[in-house]
Design a binder for this molecule. Structure first.
Ligand code: PMP
Length: 315
């Protein structure tokens, strides 16, 4: 889209007044590392723009920054920056139901440093791009591959942080799975290689009867804002929602599996391949996934009344 929002921060940890500038390259010291966020602006039927829980992205960035010894913008600074970026780029927000404006807040450490230590300077940038469906399947069911060679995160590591360094080591697993016709990879825990973690950019839920289980957050998965929201919607609808260690055998024995994330929304999983087994799951209109999806999408796009205070209207 056209504009990005930039705030600089030096060693004192104070961020400058934010500034909108034309989207483009920025000048940086050659050493840089980053944590980032992802949120979306949706267009309501009446044309107004809605943001979904940006304060939760702000808090997640603060927790990530703390883990990475970075300063971070306050919740107000963060949410303001997201609002300014969405508003300045409003012509890029697709019509209601036709997609959304993906907004990426990025916190980058840079500056002249060779040794291992916190960066001397920081830049916080928010930029945006219109997006449609994340997977080429659209909202059709995904075909997932259970990865046994590469792991995404280890206990005690930084897998719970939305850091660019968490994605680089598993790019190979994803591209290998895609070249074999799968939509995405399911990662297992790094110790026993038996417990479900998450997919490349989304959390995973397993449905058996009226019980919906999802891997507990133990520092090795990203605590999705969509995950948290869907858990609340599911318990409102009377499902038993359980956070626990989910064994791969339970995944293969489930009625349904679905993924959640800002990019994917709530996406049904059609098949999972693990070793030499391939299992098919329910994905129809009556599935739990579709029911939860329609409520979440309804709240995000303003067609269902937001009784939870999850959406912020910005014009
Ligand atoms: N896990 C990973 C690894 C992710 O990159 C994402 C996307 N941010 C998620 C889960 C889902 O998080 P959210 O619902 O906040 O988008």
């Amino acid at each position: 889209a056209d504009y990005m929002y930039v705030m600089k921060c030096s060693k004192d940890g104070k961020f400058s007044e934010g500034e909108l500038s034309r989207f483009g390259n920025i000048q940086l010291s050659p050493s840089a590392g980053a944590i980032y966020e992802g949120t979306k602006a949706y267009r309501k039927e009446n044309g107004k723009l809605l943001l979904f829980r940006p304060d939760h992205n702000a808090v997640r960035m603060q927790l990530g920054a703390e883990r990475m010894l970075m300063p971070s913008p306050s919740v107000d600074q963060f949410v303001d920056a997201v609002k300014h970026t969405a508003f300045a780029n409003k012509r890029w927000v697709p019509p209601s139901g036709k997609g959304s404006l993906y907004i990426r807040p990025l916190l980058m450490g840079s500056g002249p440093i060779l040794g291992l230590g916190p960066a001397p300077e920081y830049t916080f940038i928010v930029y945006a791009s219109p997006v449609g469906n994340y997977f080429k399947e659209g909202i059709a069911a995904l075909n997932l591959y259970v990865e046994e060679e590469y792991v995404r995160a280890a206990p005690g590591g930084a897998g719970g942080v939305k850091s660019i360094t968490n994605y680089a080591p598993v790019l190979k697993a994803l591209s290998r799975a895609k070249s074999r016709g799968f939509s995405d990879v399911l990662y297992l825990d790094s110790v026993k290689k038996k417990y479900l973690e998450e997919a490349s950019s989304c959390n995973v839920f397993v449905v058996k009867g009226r019980t919906i289980s999802t891997p507990a957050t133990n520092g090795t998965i990203l605590e999705g804002i969509t995950r948290k929201s869907v858990m609340e919607i599911a318990s409102d609808q009377g499902y038993e929602v359980v956070e626990k260690a989910v064994h791969v055998d339970e995944v293969m024995d489930a009625d349904e599996v679905f993924c959640t994330g800002t990019a994917v929304g709530v996406a049904p999983v059609g098949t999972i391949t693990y070793q030499d087994k391939r299992v098919e799951y329910e994905t129809g209109d009556e599935s739990v996934c579709q029911k939860l999806r329609s409520v979440l999408v309804g709240i995000q796009t303003g067609s269902i009344e937001d009784t939870k205070g999850w959406v912020t209207c910005i014009n």
